[in-house]
Design a protein around this ligand. Structure first.
Ligand code: ZN
Ligand code: FE
Length: 256
């Protein structure tokens, strides 16, 4: 039972990079370092020594800092086995069913393809923390660049089984725009209305809306809710198959 201290670092336009620090072992990981300098500034501020990079997928706004950080720290880079050729500096390949120990904090690894072919998520059960990259966002999900509804919907279903208390550390602050779309397909959802009010208040103060929790996402995120009759009606598939409702909802978001 080792709990991580997690620090959120906003970088670029709307990316979040995370530090995850295990007090017991002093192991410290950076998750999806888009860039290097802000990571070193935060490490200095905390007095932590970086030991690991955890990557979720190959996009440049998630691995852009890999090589510089590895060169300066000698850290170990962990990333998706299915995309090992596209993760700069990868040392350890992980995938579905694997666990990876960051010091004494253990992550369960899930393959969550759809946004990219080799996307993975790290769930640190004892810390109630999910690092899901660009698979699940608050009130949204990643675009289907290298996958289809048939690959993404099962990926999201894996994450939906985690405890509702799980904090969802996604990699972008897209929440307000996601919420505007969510309200367009499920305007009568009271949980969604309440979450949007909260999100607007946070953004007005320039505060992050991330992490949310899986419970909030299950109640408000249209991509986790193809079973909602209101969403089914909005996309023209009342009583439709969930994967088809998901596909139409994703297409509608792409054109929103
Ligand atoms: Zn991405
Ligand atoms: Fe991204």
């Amino acid at each position: 039972m080792s709990k991580l201290d997690i620090v959120q670092i906003p970088v670029l336009h709307d990316n979040y990079v995370y530090l995850a620090h295990d007090q017991e072992s002093q192991a410290t990981a950076v998750v999806d370092p888009a860039v290097a300098d802000p990571v070193f500034e935060e490490l200095d501020r905390r007095g932590w020594t970086l030991t690991h990079i955890l990557n979720t997928h190959h996009h440049f706004d998630h691995v852009g800092g890999n090589e510089e950080i590895k060169a300066r720290t000698g850290c170990t880079i962990v990333g998706p086995r299915a995309d090992r050729d596209r993760i700069p500096g990868i040392d350890i390949e992980v995938g579905e069913g694997d666990t990876y120990a960051l010091g004494n904090a253990v992550a369960q690894v899930y393959d969550v393809p759809g946004h990219t072919r080799g996307h993975i998520a790290y769930w640190f059960a004892d810390s109630d923390a999910l690092f899901c990259g660009d698979t699940l966002f608050s009130m949204g999900c990643g675009r289907l660049f290298e996958g289809t509804a048939e690959t993404m919907w099962p990926s999201l279903q894996k994450l939906m089984k985690l405890p509702e208390s799980t904090r969802v550390y996604c990699a972008h602050e897209y929440t307000a725009a996601n919420g505007a779309f969510a309200l367009s397909v499920e305007p009568k959802n009271p949980d969604l209305q309440a979450r949007m009010a909260e999100v607007e208040a946070l953004r007005a103060k320039d505060r992050p809306t991330v992490p949310s929790t899986l419970g909030v996402e299950l109640r408000t995120n249209p991509f986790l809710r193809p079973m909602s009759p209101e969403i089914q009606a909005s996309v023209g598939l009342p009583g439709g198959e969930l994967v088809e409702v998901f596909r139409r909802t994703r297409n509608a978001k792409d054109n929103f």
